[in-house]
Design a protein around this ligand. Structure first.
Ligand SMILES: Cc1cc2nc3c(=O)[nH]c(=O)nc-3n(C[C@H](O)[C@H](O)[C@H](O)COP(=O)(O)OP(=O)(O)OC[C@H]3O[C@@H](n4cnc5c(N)ncnc54)[C@H](O)[C@@H]3O)c2cc1C
Length: 223
């Protein structure tokens, strides 16, 4: 693990910088907990921000998708990109609308993606697949040559990145404190529900542990 990432002018937080983090451990933990990233890039002066899946292996983020997708075709052209992941931990409700907020953990990664081929392409697919459903890669059918051809895999190094974390209750103006209104935090979590088997799954088929224990860490803790 690289420890503290070098803070660049582009990754220096300006507003509320005390909420900023540049240690790799915090950045990696947020990336590992998220399921969706948003990728920002510009084509012909038009910015796009596109949600997509991803996975992390060490200091590398892998993304994948149809070789025909504009996002992947554009990112292969060595253009600058920005990848963000946001985890929402709670709604922060104040006595004034001005001080309403959100508890969150977020990451911004800046850089340029590179297409990977061969063994690293398959590894990238493994990383993205396992990020979604850990344990599925080993039991599911592996990609065919045609499926591999139709898929592009890109990697983005995590070397220019920042995290930002907000915790706690609302900041209130002292003048608002005598108000009779409730104020506080409504915690929010993403919780798996009862799995729904596909109609073509034979009755009595056991739900695999990689579904029932979805996104639990190897020692049983929720990610
Ligand atoms: C769920 C959520 C809700 C938010 N709501 C608001 C809102 O309503 N209004 C508002 O102004 N801000 C909001 N923010 C904060 C917002 O993301 C920016 O942090 C904020 O706009 C201040 O940016 P800045 O001018 O300091 O930095 P900028 O100049 O915009 O950014 C400089 C650098 O700081 C880092 N950085 C900035 N923000 C983040 C971040 N959130 N996570 C990781 N790195 C970051 C990046 O490396 C970026 O390149 C919200 C954030 C989240 C996650």
């Amino acid at each position: 693990m690289p420890g503290e990432l070098t803070k660049t002018p582009r990754t220096t937080l300006k507003r509320l910088p005390e909420r900023g983090r540049h240690d790799f451990e915090t950045i990696a933990a947020i990336l590992d907990e998220g399921l969706v990233c948003h990728i920002g890039f510009a084509v012909d002066g038009q910015p796009y921000v596109v949600p997509t899946s991803y996975g992390r292996d060490g200091e590398t983020i892998y993304i994948h998708g149809s070789s025909a997708s504009r996002m992947l075709r554009s990112l292969k052209q060595d253009i600058p990109m920005c990848l963000t992941v946001t985890l929402i931990d709670g709604l922060v409700v104040a006595r004034s609308v001005f001080h309403n907020s959100v508890n969150y953990r977020s990451v911004v990664v800046l850089g340029t993606a590179t297409e990977v081929e061969g063994a690293e392409k398959e590894h990238g697919l493994f990383v993205v697949t396992e990020h979604m459903v850990r344990g599925h890669w080993d039991v599911a059918r592996q990609p065919t040559a045609q499926e591999l051809k139709a898929t592009s895999v890109l990697k983005l190094p995590i070397n220019e990145a920042s995290a930002k974390v907000r915790t706690g209750g609302p900041k209130e103006d002292p003048a608002d404190l005598p108000s009779a209104l409730w104020a506080g935090v409504l915690p929010l979590v993403t919780v798996p529900q009862t799995p729904i088997a596909n109609g073509d799954v034979p009755g009595g088929t056991r739900v695999p542990s990689y579904i029932t224990r979805h996104r639990l860490t190897p020692d049983g803790a929720r990610k």
